[in-house]
Design a protein around this ligand. Structure first.
Ligand SMILES: [Zn+2]
Length: 275
């Protein structure tokens, strides 16, 4: 059985829990007056990103429903987002597919999807690998995608991250240059350990445009440490580079060379920007 088949559903549950915690906490923060509008005794549920339908016949604007279950049932006392028309569940799902949500995950070009990717023989293998990872149908959870500049690797990176988030799998996109900058900032304000830990624990990450010369000394060691930890803990990791494998540190490449759980894909497509 593919390890990602276990990791995928687990993450979805975790995401749900995170959001249900957010959802139940949000109405308490009334300092800006938007969560519980004055004069609405029903307490219309609203956050900055999604809200209940104030006229909902199912929950009367509360946004959540409880289930009528016997004491002792495993779901006794639990609440769920209201599935009523135009209500919280619908609004929540719409937000999770929205551009602001994707940008929050570091995805700067949410319009770059698998549907908008121009497939051809030279990039078919790259597409298939990224697509199966995104859809949770791959046996591997570690993917190294390499090939020439300008042949659509970043498009695939965005598409993979968008698709995973739409499926409810938390996936973050990082351009390595930005990541190295944020590690440097964290080093100067003494938050480096927290930052590294966060990067180790994120469920799915895409590290785009890796160049060995970006990181010298401790930055590169930290990056290797993050990748090594993620490998040992079965966490979805995609590394993308336009360099030859020989230019990338051996210790890093080796993590992407394990059979079944890892894959290395060469995108042989030409540079479309010159076309
Ligand atoms: Zn409702």
């Amino acid at each position: 059985m593919g390890l990602e088949k276990l990791a995928g559903p687990l993450e979805q549950v975790k995401e749900e829990l995170n959001h249900s915690q957010q959802s139940t906490k949000a109405p308490e923060s009334t300092e800006n007056g938007t969560d519980l509008p004055l004069g609405d005794p029903r307490g219309h549920y609203k956050t900055d990103n999604y809200e209940a339908n104030p006229n909902c016949e199912v929950c009367h604007g509360l946004g959540h429903i409880g289930y009528d279950l016997p004491v002792g049932h495993s779901d006794f006392g639990k609440i769920a987002r209201c599935p009523g028309p135009g209500c919280l569940d619908e609004s929540f799902q719409a937000w999770k597919s929205s551009d602001p949500y994707m940008r929050d995950k570091g995805i700067s070009r949410p319009q770059q999807t698998f549907e908008s990717y121009k497939k051809n023989l030279a990039n078919q293998e790259s597409f298939d690998a990224m697509h199966s990872l995104a859809m949770g149908t791959s046996t591997f959870f570690f993917l190294l995608l390499y090939g020439k500049v300008g042949n659509g690797k970043t498009h695939l990176a965005n598409a993979c991250a968008v698709e995973m988030n739409k499926r409810g799998v938390d996936c973050h996109y990082f351009a390595i240059a930005d990541l190295i900058s944020s590690l440097k900032r964290a080093m100067s304000d003494n938050t480096i350990e927290d930052k590294v830990q966060e990067l180790k624990e994120l469920h799915a990450v895409i590290f785009d445009d890796y160049k060995p010369e970006f990181s010298t000394g401790w930055e590169n060691q930290r990056l290797e440490e993050i990748i090594d930890y993620r490998y040992r803990n079965y966490k979805f990791t995609v590394l993308i580079t336009n360099r030859d494998l020989g230019e990338i540190p051996e210790r890093m490449v080796s993590r992407f060379s394990e059979p079944i759980v890892s894959i290395m894909v060469l995108n042989t497509d030409y540079d479309h920007r010159r076309a």
